[in-house]
Design a protein around this ligand. Structure first.
Ligand code: FES
Length: 141
């Protein structure tokens, strides 16, 4: 009377397509070995100690060209950091004295306190960089 019909599972086979996700695309080129410039091992990556506070003269500063940063000490114990790339045509700024960061290429001047332009031809300030000062170490964040 009751007829049970048992159907074989012959429905359309579902295909699972596994797409190769982008995880395989992680190709990392490491060039971490020190090259021939025998400069002192300055840190170029964020999170590493850039300098000691004692390396930065009060009223002056120091350029860390490898890291693209200039660190200044406009007042005792007050440290600031800016991009060392001049906003005029991209030279690396050089001397820091009397609260002024100088660019040697076309003699622009920037404030060592806030990076603002003190003298052209540059028209844009040096962008600030974030640092932390802890235990006498200045670290680029
Ligand atoms: S590149 Fe610095 S003043 Fe021109």
């Amino acid at each position: 009377m009751s007829s049970e019909s048992v159907r074989p599972a012959t429905g359309p086979a579902r295909r699972t397509v596994i797409a190769a996700a982008g995880a395989a695309g992680a190709v990392v080129a490491l060039t971490a070995c020190g090259s021939d410039d025998g400069d002192s091992g300055s840190a170029t990556s964020t999170g590493s100690v850039l300098a000691k506070t004692s390396d930065i003269p009060e009223g002056g500063g120091k350029v860390f060209a490898d890291a693209g940063v200039v660190v200044t000490q406009p007042a005792a114990g007050e440290f600031k950091a800016f991009s060392s790339t001049c906003t005029h045509q991209g030279c690396t700024v050089k001397d820091i004295a009397d609260d002024i960061i100088h660019c040697p290429c076309h003699l622009s001047e920037f404030s060592a306190t806030d990076g603002s332009v003190k003298k052209g031809p540059a028209t844009k300030p040096l962008p600030a960089k974030k640092i932390t000062v802890e235990g006498g170490n200045i670290t680029l964040v």
